[in-house]
Design a protein around this ligand. Sequence first.
Ligand code: SAJ
Length: 405
Amino acid sequence: MVNVIGLGYIGLPTALMLASHGVEVVGTDYNESLVEQLNCGQGIFEEEGLGELFQKALDSGIKFSAQYQKADVYIVSVPTPYDAVSKKVDASYVVAAVEEVTKHCSEGAIVVVESTISPGTIDKYVRPVLEDMGLQGKIHLAHAPERIIPGNMIYELLHNNRTIGADDVVIGERVKSIYASFCQGDIEVTDIRTAEMTKVVENTFRDINIAYANELAKICREDEMDVYEIIRIANKHPRVNILSPGPGVGGHCIAVDPWFLVGDHPGLANIILAARKINDSMPEFVLKRIHQIRKERGVEEISRIGFYGLTYKENVDDMRESPTLQILKSMEEHLCGNLVKLYDPFVKDDLFPNQYHSLDEFLSEIDFVVLLVGHDEIKENMQKLQNKIILDTRKICDLDGTYYL
Ligand code: SAJ
């Protein structure tokens, strides 16, 4: 039996996927109301195909509980935030989960950490938990970092290649066989440190590449060149693949993981640090663009401003570290936080006093719209922006007169 600990964005789909492929699964989360909700068959976030997968898993007998179970394998997918000051990983949720597992499991159990952790975290923080309890060698540790992208999670769970880090090949192969129940990609078995490092390196690669696109956007803005046209043509080269500039990098992965390397290797992680700084500077750059456009068009003409999009990227409901929130925070520091109207079709709760829940109503209240997220909804309703002044930070709008980054 597999006990999945932590039923968030990664733990829940993983538990559902295992269950719907014939593995006996109990999903555990300390949040009792969440467990209750799941037991009533209600999902907790929107994701294409998640509803069907949930139904399949329920039909296959998945259970949810606030209690840890006696199981052969535990999959721990709890948050691993980073300390904003030291830039180091905060492994306290993982450590607490493993401590709790040791109270319920029997000898020979395997604890698989799926949460993203900085290289060395298992040796530094998790292994000592087992040593202190005299369980070294009696309970096995493994690391199986997740790789799925919100917005395409279900497909990627089935098809992405995966990495399993373990102390010995036998344990690695046992963990591999569990993931192979649903994963059709290649599954590499390696040691734990390599698996930890590989995951962080992957997200850092993407951060650096986004930073390159963002830096090009700034350079091209200074010289009045079209960065999108330049990237489009450059990407025709067989070995060039520049990503897209944007209002910043949000989410709980790419904006976070590179800091683990910076925190652990100050002085060595130079490109990585520069990339983080460039991406973190983009919300401020958007504010500058707004200011420039208002000056150019006359402040009077565009005093009613609206931000379209609050989530960290298109077609997801996740707002963590989103560029829009970063822009709002920056505006608040300049005492002008309430000047803008806000709207996002994926954010149903009332979180801001100036937030709207209908696109038409939102648009009727503004003259200047800043497109911060490329949700399908706005792509399908672009003609509704025809009489607005538009700043498009995602290059999704080709109406005449649109301003870009
Ligand atoms: N972004 C850009 N320009 C781009 C691509 C992305 O500005 O060209 C922005 C997005 O709008 C968003 C942020 O970057 O704000 C991150 O979005 P993303 O779609 O690049 O990635 P995430 O954070 O949703 O998921 C990443 C993925 N990692 C990689 O692609 C290397 C995913 O596979 C990981 O599982 C996930 O991090 C994770 O959990 O670690």
